[in-house]
Ligand binder design. Sequence first.
Ligand SMILES: Nc1nc2c(ncn2[C@@H]2O[C@H](COP(=O)(O)OP(=O)(O)OP(=O)(O)O)[C@@H](O)[C@H]2O)c(=O)[nH]1
Length: 661
Amino acid sequence: MIPTTILDPLVRMQRRLGAIGHRLRRVLARRAVARRRGGRIVRLQTKTQLALLVVMLIMTLVIGVSSMALLRDFSMRSAAEHTRTAAEMIRVALTEAMLNGTIDRRASLLQRLGEVHSLEEVRVVRGPLVIQQYGEGLPLETRVDRIDRRVLATGTPYFGVTGGLLGSEFRATIPYVAESRGDVNCMTCHVAPQGAALGAVTLTASMDHMKTLGIATALLLVLIVGFFAALSMYFLGRLLRPLVETTAEIQEAASRAAEGDFSQRVKRRGNDEIGLIATDFNHMSRSITTKLTEIRGHVAQLVQALPDPRGNLLNDTAETVSGLVRVAQFKQAIEEDQSTEEVVLRIGEVLRQEFALEHFSIYAVDRERKTMRVALVDGMPAESVRWCSPDILESCTICRVVRTGHPIDGLEQPGLCRAFDGQALEEGMRYLCIPVIQSGGVGNVVQLVVPAGEVARLRAARPLVGAYLREAAPVLQAKALMASLRESSLNDTLTGLRNRRFLEEYSPTLVAQSRRRQRPMTLMMLDLDYFKTVNDTHGHDVGDQILRELAGILRTHLRESDLVLRYGGEEFLVILVDTGADAAMEVAEKIRGAVEQTVFKVSGGELRKTLSVGLAEYPGDAQAFWQVLKYADVALYAAKERGRNRVVRFEAQMWPSGGEY
Ligand SMILES: Nc1nc2c(ncn2[C@@H]2O[C@H](COP(=O)(O)OP(=O)(O)OP(=O)(O)O)[C@@H](O)[C@H]2O)c(=O)[nH]1
């Protein structure tokens, strides 16, 4: 015994593993469905929102970068303008200082001017001509860098930014060019040609505030775009939701419909096209369900079986309908078959091929004699019983199906029929016996036998097997009726013997047999003497009785293989197969004697009759059967001629040569 402290956690773990397994199976099943439908499913809403997001991101980037570039350009232009103005003011201030004699205090002047213009640095350098005339100047003025030199050499101002995309500082180096025109003539103090660069002023302004402004502007723009992007996504999501949800529901309903379940409905969300699609889809589902249910109902009636409520409505119906088509084709085939034997063989073929049944028996019931006959066992014609007690053949009411007239289900209740083979039961065989009803009674019994493992398969096949047998029943009945009519047309109703029509059909077989075996046969024509007096004296009924009793005498004195026929009126024909005329003479004599000895007890007394017999042999007397028959008749005539109650063998002289028969 395992303690509960160990058992409980184990049970919990098992449950959890079971739940995980279940979830995993569901996920795998969903993936399998997705794979079947052509790869991974990306939802419409996700796709649209992703596309919008990408567009918004690109837009933000473009707006951000272009606004930064524009701002930089604007900043540069305004800084250049600002520094040009400052440079001009510095130039004016320096000129004034020169004129006022305060040029020595220019350093503090420049610093003040720089502060006024919010400049980081104001630096003036001297050009070579001024250095030549006035010397190097202040130490600050000797700090000439590469840009200063270039500006002094070219006389072209320089504007530029240092430090990164937006830059942290703006530098302007503007040359002071010697001018003789204007308010102040440079040439007054400087020895320099017109247009020569006297010096240059370098102004440095901080770009930090512009940079901050640029970043803030870009951020603001990004925020605005982002806000509208989010807003667009929200509204797009709201707009798409009915479409997405409707699509998802239609998808679910369609996948259920593929499994035969048309009950799933799609919710109508609004009065737009999506709403219309939902309504139309629901209408279509309802209409399919109604029609399919109707068809299924009709089909169920035809196969006489209730549909499986858990089954696939569409597939089950289609399968049953195609089964019924095969049943109709089967019926057409058996209607064109010649005999009940052929029909029974065809049923066997269906059981083997369509239902893959290996073991089955088909019995034919003789309701008059209360017997049964084995018609087929496992698809082959047979005579002995395989799965039941042989007693059923002698007394058909031992068979439970014949007795009750309804199917006997030994699939669930194997012990139901006592006539079923006990050993087969022990070996696990199960049975289903179905009656084939003809003219209100059991005409045939079809017994299906399967191992216990195949019970479910046979149960599923049962309705269609039933449909086949129901179609076969009237055909079997018609064929049996036709056979019996044909049989009776070949028999004499008074004596039960074969008649002349039978001889017409059967004579070629007799001739063929005789030729194949190379054995003769003898034809005996028999006729009661003065039979007319019986009728005349005792009446027709007595005459009939005498004829019936004569038939009995003939049967008892002949072999099974010999053929006795009532040839017409009071004339009988006996055909002794494999017998020559000499041996036949003895048989005929025996019969003649027996008739002579017979006392016919009739109403109003007793009667004695005699018999005349004429004999002819095939092929000894003639090569043609009907000629031999005629010769036997001629011999009979001779027997009558010679005084009756005798046997006469045909002789050639009895028939004029060349005479027609
Ligand atoms: N009761 C009865 N009589 C029949 C039947 N078929 C033929 N007959 C009679 O059989 C008689 C035959 O008579 P006939 O052919 O003249 O010959 P017969 O009287 O037997 O005399 P022979 O043959 O010359 O010896 C006729 O009276 C027929 O009516 C039948 O089915 N039942």
